[in-house]
Design a protein around this ligand. Structure first.
Ligand SMILES: *Cc1c(COP(=O)(O)O)cnc(C)c1O
Length: 454
């Protein structure tokens, strides 16, 4: 296994194609339904929102989807991303585990999100679209899409969840630096935003509300399309560039993961690292355990129901079957903003349902303690979201120590936390609290789920 710490590929090793797990699933994922009729959605129903090429990817069953040359050339700005072995952390933990992490914080926006942002901007540009509109929570997706739109000469509008708009001015400034417009959501620019503000003028917003606003704007303008930074099949497929590189890098390390760990908000970085490995397992090539780590304050996989639900608050999006806390769920203001979404990607929900992955919930104090320990050993300061993956990997490493077994653990360090220092300051000041979503509130939000005939 050698003594190397860093496993690097050359630009020529950037994958030629993304991996689509649908090709290898033993049971196909449930169909997507029209929000008004609850009938099977036709690809044409999505045309107001997405360009044809992305709709085709959304319903594709092809195993490999070629990465366009122009997208691969943009990937070269930061890809291949490095894979590290966390030797100093292993030593500090006195664990027999071999811990590897794939680091996506080397992208210009500091997370995995540009992997899909540049692809989505490319296909929209090809289709002659003039402007993309989207939502953002903490600003990671907004800044990634703003950057990608600017690369391709597209206009970009971002509805930013009000609480982040007020509390995270640096991400907002980054979005504006890349040339995009930012609006606090709920806003008075849309009917869905105005309806919310009428009821609650001080509403702090949610991803579900911001999605409604962005979808509404896109649906009303022919030259404007919508872009989503997670959840959808094509987004997860674009993110598999992470796991496909990691497969090659584990070969360089002369090792193979026994367990893979990723954090889940909408599920895209988790799918990105895990799906290529799960595909090998499904094809009978090599076994692997896979663990999704979610925040205890927004526990869609561990406490949500697997049911048809809307992706947004105003019920403008298609109905998808997913693990959900209900589209009316407004998560508490904990610090991993990127993990505050009521639902989970249908494909991630499906692989949990068919027993291919496990899910655990982690409290934010455990996540930050793990992230600080990791930073002190490895030097990289993880994003608050990524701290959940670090905590999940730590649990596995501790288990190896207790059992006296040396396993290889691979986790995705999906972003750095340089824009999230207030969260770390609050943590050090003892201001962060654990938050368990009360069962009664989960039940209430779930009671509002749409009833869909089987
Ligand atoms: C957006 C984001 C997430 C959550 O989104 P997923 O689709 O679950 O990956 C996690 N980590 C970081 C750093 C993010 O920016």
């Amino acid at each position: 296994m050698g003594s190397h710490t860093k496993f690097l590929l050359s630009e020529d090793d950037i994958p030629q194609a993304w991996y689509n797990i649908v090709a290898d699933l033993p049971v196909p994922p449930p169909a997507v339904l029209h929000p008004a009729t609850q009938q099977l959605i036709a690809p044409g129903d999505l045309e107001p929102l997405f360009p044809q090429a992305l709709i085709e990817q959304e319903v594709s069953r092809q195993r490999e989807i070629e990465i366009p040359g122009e997208v691969r050339r943009l990937y070269q700005l930061w890809r291949p991303a490095p894979l590290f072995r966390a030797r100093r952390w292993e030593e500090a933990l006195q664990t027999p585990a071999r811990i590897y992490y794939k680091y996506e914080g080397v992208s210009p926006a500091g997370s995995h999100k540009p992997n899909t942002a540049v692809a989505q901007a490319y296909y929209n540009k090809q289709a002659g679209v003039r402007r993309l509109v989207t939502e953002t929570g903490a600003g990671q997706w907004g800044s990634s899409l703003a950057m990608a739109c600017n690369f391709f000469g597209l206009e970009c509008q971002v509805f930013m969840v009000r609480v982040s708009y007020d509390q995270k001015p640096y991400r907002r400034a980054l979005i504006e630096t890349y040339g995009a417009e930012v609006f606090a959501s709920p806003s008075s620019r849309t009917a869905s935003g105005r309806a919310i503000l009428e009821k609650d003028p001080k509403c702090s917003g949610s991803l579900g509300i911001a999605i409604s606003e962005a979808v509404e704007v896109a649906a009303q303008d022919e030259q404007t399309k919508y872009a989503l930074g997670s959840v959808l099949n094509h987004v997860l497929t674009h993110q598999t560039v992470i796991g496909l590189e990691a497969l090659q890098q584990m070969r360089l390390a002369d090792d193979y993961p026994d367990v893979i760990v990723g954090c889940t908000g909408g599920g895209s970085n988790f799918a990105g690292i895990a799906f290529p490995f799960i595909g090998r397992k499904l094809r009978g090539e090599q076994d692997v355990r896979v663990v999704a780590v979610e925040p205890a304050a927004c526990p869609s996989l561990t406490k949500g129901r697997y049911a048809y639900d809307f992706g947004d608050t105003a019920h403008l999006t298609p109905l998808v079957k997913m693990h959900t806390l209900g589209s009316t769920f407004v998560p508490p203001g904990f610090h991993a903003g990127g993990l505050r979404y009521h639902g989970m990607a249908p494909l991630v929900s499906h692989v949990l349902e068919i027993g291919q992955i496990e899910a655990v919930a982690v409290q934010q104090l455990e996540a930050f303690a793990a992230g600080v320990q990791f930073a002190r050993c490895e030097g990289i300061l993880p994003a608050p979201e990524a701290n959940h993956a670090v905590a999940g990997a730590l649990r596995e490493a501790v288990r190896c120590k207790e059992e006296g077994i040396s396993r290889a653990i691979l986790f995705n360090l999906c972003g750095h936390g340089h824009f999230d220092m207030q969260a770390y300051m609050d943590y050090f000041a003892g201001k962060l609290q654990n938050y368990e979503y009360p069962d009664a509130e989960v039940a209430m939000a779930l009671a509002g789920l749409p009833s869909v005939a089987a």
